[in-house]
Ligand binder design. Sequence first.
Ligand code: B12
Ligand code: SF4
Length: 455
Amino acid sequence: MTHDKRFPLGVGFLLAALEKAGHKTFFLDNFLSPTQFENTDYLMRNKIDVVGISSNTICSRHTLHLVDALDELRRTGKWGGRIVVGGPHTAVTKTPWPDAVDHVVIGEADHSIVDIIEGRVKDRVIHGKRIDDLDSLPRPAYHHFAHLPYDVRVSAIRDYPIFTMNTSRGCPFCCSFCSVGGVWGSAYRAFSAERIVDDIEFLRRDYGVKGIFFREDNFTFDQRRLTEFCELLIRKNSKMKWLCESRVKPMSREILALMKRAGCRWLYFGCESGSPRMLELYRKKISPDDIRRTLAWCRELGIRAYTSWMVGAPSETGADIAMTLDLIEETKPWSIGLGVYVGLPGSELYEKCLQEGNFSEMDDIGLLYGERHNELVNLIYPRQMAKAAMVPHSPPRVARPENRTTTATDQIFARLRGNRILTTTARLLGLLQVARLQCRRNVLGQLRRLAVAVE
Ligand code: B12
Ligand code: SF4
């Protein structure tokens, strides 16, 4: 689980919609720090009549405990409000929500949350209306977040505070390991360039923001919007520094150069693998050459590239892992994150693994784990993080089906075990990820020496 604690902007949009409609709102974030509000008189003291819980799959256990605790308050007559659940998990869960939940919203709730609060909705399960004109939405309620101890720094930029923004929804790509399609669908909708710049100006004026981190799946997808946005910032002499998540393809040197001129200092790229076969399995629609080219442009232009890579997916072999390590070594990204695959409900690869029985464990919230997940985690992550990433987090387990088709990680482990040098490389990369160390020259030199000896 990430230690990055950024504003939950989805909730921010809902708070803003409710405030615009004249409602009084309260906000607590149990991921930021456990609040235990359900064990206090918080709800009664503040006369709160609806509790909305935002849940993703990883924190869905906690959501269920919270629903239970709130229902207990109702059963004992201490509180008489309604419970509403929303967030990414509602779109992908296969488990029915307990009866104590009055409303479940699947998808975007910017409109339905107001309808629910104002009593216009009778259905229990509501499919939130897809919002095509995102510019029509009020700005997220930053005032709820700004004073709380969220992460407002990023390693790539010295100045802070850096606030997060979310300016688009939906992703037209269908990477097989990713659940965003299942949560959001593939229709890409986005704020206009003018709206983004307006919001940036607001954040600068009201919060003294020094940088913007666009936390969304694909900030650069609409290249026309991206160009307009960059040109607008340059025309206004904005000098705001910014970072975003992107893809190595489609990407061009020209657009990267424009982004740099407009203040872009850091880009996140999901590279995933150096093996063409794995990239195909992941349906990334990128090749190792696309990774090479885009990372080279970033280096040339002085844009820092954080690259994310994955091991342990079904059917991956030791040779595939070696290709990943070779590509990392060759492209020398500014920063590296190496993660172990976990199957997320709502993703194509998850469904495939489920159908084929190609997994070793399913935990109580439906996440799938590959063969020897724990060993890979131990090998790659530092101790504290490895402990948290081990499976299962809590019983019950579902046993691995007998008819599983591959033993991918058998091969990976044969490679890793049989080759101390590769093992050391993997450990080193894991440390790099967590410490978010820059790949400084000495570290890269070390990596190169290790990788040369891999085969
Ligand atoms: C920024 C971000 C983060 C930030 C901030 C998290 C946050 N709460 O916003 C940080 C860095 C903390 C983070 C952490 C993690 N994230 Co994250 N994150 C994102 C990202 C890129 C954008 C979130 C966002 O702002 N979306 C835009 C807003 C508008 O959408 P939204 O938040 O879903 O809210 C809308 C609806 O869901 C609904 N809604 C939301 N809450 C509620 C509540 C109620 C009551 C109602 C009615 C409706 C409702 O209405 C909102 C407005 O329309 C999404 C990808 C994505 N496309 O959403 C992944 C995503 C949410 N993250 C994901 C994951 C897996 C994680 C981590 C587990 C990663 C990890 N390995 O550690 C952790 C979990 C941390 C935790 N315990 O919550 C997955 C969740 C998948 C799932 N099935 O649940 C996503 C979808 C990405 C993916 N690859 O699939 N993440
Ligand atoms: S990994 Fe990124 S590009 Fe691929 S489907 Fe998910 S959000 Fe879209």
